[in-house]
Design a protein around this ligand. Structure first.
Ligand code: SAM
Length: 309
């Protein structure tokens, strides 16, 4: 697909470049905020699986930069934003980067150290494994990533805090809902307008962190096992709020301006740009600095070279 053709078919890809976002996913977090007001009162936030960094950019623009501008007149502490990914990413103002695996206990420890005994108000996780195209497999690996994120949440989030996590809708969505509902008073599954309808991706918006009494974050996995299987016998954890068909059908809430751009539509390119010149496709704002596919491309190039020789 040519660049201009992609600009036409993917309006959010085009808008991301125009507005200086590193990835179109920035719009998903912005649209979740429009619906759920997730940034209100947030002073400390963790961005899990952050590369190439468009969600961290949103956090920087929404929280850090306005506070920095205001801090010049008031003596206020600046928001703390910690971003983690397996991949390195180019720096963003006001964002502390940690390169690490969120499934490892060591990464959780590093995050906790950055908060210096204080707790976060918000944890966001847009993590995704390399998708295989096998939905059951992708959904399973994704849910493991969410549970790793939830482990970090139980260590760093303050009571009353919020957690936003990417999920893949599938047959085990109700189990995941069950597990999240053990820790949060309100859990909503949201589908931002900037995501494609055809995609199984959605976001769990978990509000008011409220872990079970006596909960020990080091015992998370034992506790999650208690959630049981929502299709089978009720466990004590699920039965109170999942009845009958609700076990199978969990509402998804569309968010973002519903009369705004549709991610599944093509939009004609403007004939002339704002400055009067003919339409030019923009380069991506900040390509990944060390993407995992780089080695594969180099190997492919060198094997072509060998054939030419
Ligand atoms: N939110 C990002 C943005 O707006 O730019 C996009 C995130 S991208 C869809 C998914 C990221 O998850 C990738 O950068 C990948 O490296 C990261 N990831 C996957 N598994 C991970 C893990 N176990 N630990 C840390 N990061 C992980």
């Amino acid at each position: 697909m040519g660049k201009a053709s992609k600009d036409k078919r993917d309006i959010y890809y085009r808008k991301a470049k125009e507005e200086g976002w590193r990835a179109r996913s920035a719009f998903k977090l912005l649209q979740i905020d429009e619906e759920f007001n997730i940034f209100e009162g947030v002073k400390r936030v963790v961005d899990l699986c952050a590369a190439p960094g468009s969600w961290s950019q949103v956090l920087s623009r929404k929280l850090y930069l306005p506070a920095k501008a205001a801090a010049q007149s008031r003596d206020e502490e600046l928001p703390l934003i910690v971003a983690i990914d397996l991949q390195p990413m180019a720096s963003i103002e006001g964002v502390i980067q940690v390169q690490g695996d969120i499934t490892s206990a060591r990464t959780a420890e590093v995050v906790i150290k950055h908060f210096d005994g204080c707790k976060a108000d918000l944890v966001v996780c847009d993590g995704a494994p390399d998708v295989t195209g096998l939905h059951d497999m992708d959904e399973f690996v994704q849910s493991q990533l969410i549970l790793a994120a939830l482990t970090i949440v139980t260590h760093v989030l303050r009571v009353g805090g919020k957690f936003i996590a990417k999920i893949f809708r599938g047959k085990d969505t109700s189990l995941l809902y069950c597990q999240l509902k053990m820790f949060f008073s309100t859990v909503t599954f949201a589908k931002p307008k900037s995501g494609r309808n055809s995609s199984i991706e959605a976001f769990a918006v978990c509000e008011n962190y409220n872990p079970p009494e006596g909960f020990d974050p080091n015992n998370l996995y034992k506790l999650l096992e208690k959630a049981g299987n929502p299709y089978g016998d009720d466990s004590d954890c699920c039965s109170a709020w999942l009845e009958g068909p609700n076990k199978l059908y969990i509402p998804f809430l569309a968010c973002g301006d519903l009369s705004g751009y549709d991610a599944d539509q093509s939009y004609p390119l403007p004939k002339v740009d704002a400055d009067g010149t003919s339409y030019q496709s923009l380069e991506p704002v900040q390509p990944p600095i060390a993407p995992p596919y780089k080695t594969a491309i180099e190997l492919k190039k060198s094997s072509h070279g060998m054939k030419d020789v």
